[in-house]
Design a protein around this ligand. Structure first.
Ligand code: ATP
Ligand code: MG
Length: 495
């Protein structure tokens, strides 16, 4: 067997009381595509930071390219051939593509004067390697997420990388962009570069990776060939739990729809949308990114009010021109971009949860009821299994997946009659995802809540919703009970 490119053995790492890595090992062969998976908070990013010299390890050994790596800095790791592409890509938005690409190399080469011509040449070589077509003089801030990622990958290639680590690279990408990224990963592999792909989306892992390593709570659970893995094993290794896959059957529906749309239209986005949502059902709305699905969600919550048509609540036409109108009509909304729209990162987890029900948490005399607040916070931390030692910690101390549960808790705590969720489990691992789906189903079944899930995650739509609407070019092109649909059937209507 060939010698491993990276060999990490028995790595331990703790942060003030949190044992993030309890002795994990990881072996990556030269030129292989290796997937590191595990639920939120299991230690994936921590291991990456140890490998790339950001965090010193507490114990264990690390070898790269046949050499031991001890007491090394991020620059040492880069010089050895290790490149990390973080989720934020660490690009400079106010510099051009060319400047982003050329700066680091020039700095590394310790050149005093950077010639414009030389910069351009370096940049052109880098983007050509991955067939990336972009205006080198465009400001990086004006590029799409996928393009920013390409800039980061191109930059990584300029340092003779032997291993490129991508931390959850597909979270913010569309299907098409994911495909493009996978093509690039295959190209890098063909050049002999190994890729460590961090992710927890089953279909992606099966599509791209050759070998896998799975962590759970800072421990190594399994490692091996993807060919020996299946859905069931993957979910079990990740969560330690076994799930059943059955679609949701709505039981007792309210006689009157809790919400109805009549010919709702937003010029330029969607046209004449009609449907009735009954309490107790979960309605899925799916479609491609440009189908108008997001705008429709935003209109129902008053963020982008419709230009014509009607919204009815319990049979009566209501005017929803701003979010406050929607909230007054007991409509809750979990936005797509929770991290910027839904969460106060520098406030405590507890405050984030109760923020929208402050009024209900007053005693009869009008003072703030701390006991009731604590009870409510504890309830939601427990119900959504938010992994934190203390709900008084700031929201930004949590892993991404756990932050998303807070936003959900915040809305659920308000007990809305209609709950609209746009991409409710984007970036959430399968265990939490399953839990969130179960919570939504319970809310529909036991509280009679009318729930709308807008999502392009087809397994999610099929398993969690009772009924599905497919949107294409701003119109509803298909409607059917989820139990009568398949992923392929939905795709056929979507495309
Ligand atoms: N700088 C830090 N200070 C304190 N605790 C930390 C720090 N970084 C990570 N942790 C904790 O270490 C554990 C592992 O976190 P890590 O970010 O490695 O998880 P992850 O597997 O990358 O999760 P996700 O899928 O959500 O990105 C978590 O409990 C996290 O809260
Ligand atoms: Mg992480």
């Amino acid at each position: 067997m060939a010698q491993a490119l990276l060999k990490a053995v028995d790595i331990t790492k703790s942060f003030a009381g949190v044992r993030a890595l309890k002795g994990v090992s990881l072996e990556i062969m030269p030129g292989e595509i290796h997937c590191l998976a595990g639920e939120n908070g299991c230690g994936k990013s921590t291991l990456i930071k140890v490998i790339s010299g950001v965090h010193p390890r507490d114990g264990g050994t690390l070898e790269f390219d046949g050499k031991p790596m001890d007491k090394f800095s991020p620059i040492d790791a880069i010089m050895a051939g290790i490149q990390v592409i973080y989720q934020d890509f660490s690009v400079f938005p106010n510099l051009t593509v060319m400047e982003n690409l050329a700066l680091n190399t020039e700095l590394a080469a310790k050149r005093k004067l950077v010639s414009k011509k030389r910069m351009r040449q370096i940049a052109e070589e880098a983007i050509a390697k991955i067939d990336f077509h972009v205006d080198l003089d465009a400001l990086v801030g004006s590029l799409s997420v996928a393009e920013k990622q390409m800039v980061a990958i191109s930059r990584a290639l300029m340092f003779n990388a032997k291993l490129i680590i991508m931390d959850e690279p597909t979270t913010a990408l569309t299907r098409k962009e994911v495909k493009a990224l996978f093509d690039i990963i295959m190209k890098l592999k063909a050049e002999g570069i190994a890729i460590l792909f961090v992710g927890h989306k089953l279909d992606e892992v099966f599509e791209i990776a050759e070998r896998f390593t799975i962590f759970r709570s800072g421990e190594l659970i399994a490692t091996g060939k993807i060919a020996d893995l299946d859905d069931q094993k993957f979910s079990y290794y990740m969560t330690g739990r076994r799930f059943r896959n059955e679609s949701f059957q709505a039981q007792e529906l309210t006689q009157q729809p809790v919400m109805e749309l009549k010919d709702l239209t937003l010029d330029g986005y969607y046209e004449k949308i009609n449907f009735a949502l009954h309490g107790g059902e979960i309605l899925g709305i799916t479609g491609l990114l440009d189908s108008g699905r997001t705008e429709l969600a935003l209109s129902m919550f008053g963020v982008k009010p419709a230009t014509s048509g009607q919204i009815l609540r319990n049979g009566e036409a209501v005017s929803i021109r701003k979010p406050q109108d929607a909230i007054a009509h007991q409509i809750g909304f979990v936005p797509e971009d929770r991290l910027s729209e839904g969460l106060f990162l520098t406030q405590s987890i507890g405050d984030n949860i109760v923020i929208s029900e402050i009024d209900q948490l007053k005693t009869k005399s009008g003072t703030f009821d701390h006991e009731a607040r604590q009870k409510e916070v504890d309830r939601w931390v427990q119900e959504l299994a938010i992994a934190t030692p203390d709900a008084n910690n700031n929201a930004n101390t949590l892993s991404g997946g756990n932050q998303q549960r807070i936003v959900l808790a915040k809305w659920l705590a308000c007990n809305p009659e209609v709950l609209i969720l746009n991409g409710p489990t984007v970036g959430v691992d399968i265990g939490s995802k399953h839990d969130i789906h179960m919570i939504l189903q319970k809310l529909a079944r036991e509280k009679g809540m009318g729930i709308i899930i807008i999502s392009d995650d087809l397994p999610e739509v099929l398993q969690t919703c009772s009924r599905v609407l497919v949107l294409k070019n701003g119109r509803i092109v298909h409607e059917a009970p989820a139990a009568e649909l398949t992923e392929q059937a939905i795709l056929d209507h979507m495309m």
